[in-house]
Design a protein around this ligand. Structure first.
Ligand code: NAP
Length: 287
């Protein structure tokens, strides 16, 4: 469905990621109740990065809610890379484990990409192996990365059409910016990527019907950078003295945009929900 943007309407509609995520979780829970087996997700965490520990425990809670089996393999920071890969190979071969994720970041002694690619693509719940990213590149989306998948759902929830729209992604990381741009390109948007070498960020972002900020610089995107009526998706999350702050200057942009995601409560909850959805799809594909 395509909805015309109305630049005269004052004040953005808030895209409620928490509520959308809740409805995804409820749907998965209902589906799981009907299954004759239990989907299983395994998390491999190397080291004790405090933020990772919080993320992992949230993933466990989410699994518990929807009725998945979950297990966390915590390995000390000094674990050799070969031992981490061996652990992943063991999980690859287990029938009761349908999804595996390698929690990032890993200690410097370990190569994160090597660890991620030890996961077999059929169990790659984060959609970050080279095979799954390659499938995205050739428009044969299989398991797609969770944050980009969540962003697509958030945009779809506005009713604003993606096809033919101008999308600007500020940020080009392999985790968020690049794959979400590809997913939108696959849905026939016209996509521009901006990054630290972009010459005139302002004039690029002002063109966007859909503006995605995945940078990690608090309040980088201000009202003057936003086209009136645009859909603004704020992926960034930085802990500051004021609490969690996004890449978008919410108070000023909210007056210009048509739709906006809050931080927290926008992209984050949907990222978590998409991990559950990916795991369920992988589980169903193996049965
Ligand atoms: P990243 O790997 O550090 O990438 C940041 C990107 O922003 C890079 O492409 C960089 O350009 C670009 N950039 C940095 N400063 C810029 C500037 N002043 N102007 C224009 N572009 C600039 O970060 P990431 O992993 O994509 O994460 C981005 C943010 O999203 C972080 O705050 C992260 O915490 C958050 N995040 C949230 C979720 C969630 O679920 N809510 C999930 C993932 C990430 P170069 O390529 O030129 O360096």
């Amino acid at each position: 469905m395509s909805v015309a943007l109305d630049p005269d309407e004052i004040g953005a509609k808030i895209i409620d990621g928490k509520e959308l995520a809740r409805s995804v979780r409820r749907k998965i829970r209902r589906q799981v109740k009907k299954l004759k087996f239990t989907p299983g997700l395994a998390v491999v965490q190397v080291g004790d990065d405090p933020a990772s520990t919080v993320y992992v425990s949230n993933k466990e809670k989410d699994c518990q809610y929807v009725g998945f089996h979950s297990e966390v393999h915590r390995m000390p920071a000094e674990t050799p890379q070969a031992a981490v890969i061996e652990q992943i190979h063991t999980l690859n071969s287990r029938e009761d484990i349908h999804g595996i994720i390698a929690q990032m970041p890993v200690p410097d002694s370990i190569d994160g990409d090597t660890i991620i690619n030890a996961i077999m693509p059929e169990k790659d719940a984060d959609g970050l192996t080279l095979v799954n990213l390659g499938n995205l590149l050739i428009n044969r989306e299989q398991t797609v990365p969770c944050t980009p998948a969540g962003i697509i759902r958030l945009i779809e929830s506005t009713g604003v059409g993606i096809e033919g729209s101008r999308v600007v992604c500020v940020g080009r990381s392999s985790l968020v910016g690049k794959p979400v741009g590809l997913m939108l390109l696959n849905r026939n948007a016209t996509v521009t990527y901006c990054h630290t070498r972009t010459r005139e960020l302002f004039s690029e972002t002002q063109q966007a019907d859909i503006l995605i900020a995945a940078v990690g610089r608090p309040r980088l995107i201000t009202a003057g950078m936003v086209k009136p009526g645009a859909v603004v998706i704020d992926v960034g999350i930085t802990i500051t003295e004021d609490g969690f702050v996004g890449d978008v200057d919410y108070e000023s942009v909210e007056e210009v945009a048509g739709f906006i995601t809050p931080v927290p409560g926008g992209v984050g909850p949907m990222t978590r929900a998409m991990l559950l959805e990916n795991t369920l799809e992988l589980a169903l594909a193996r049965k």
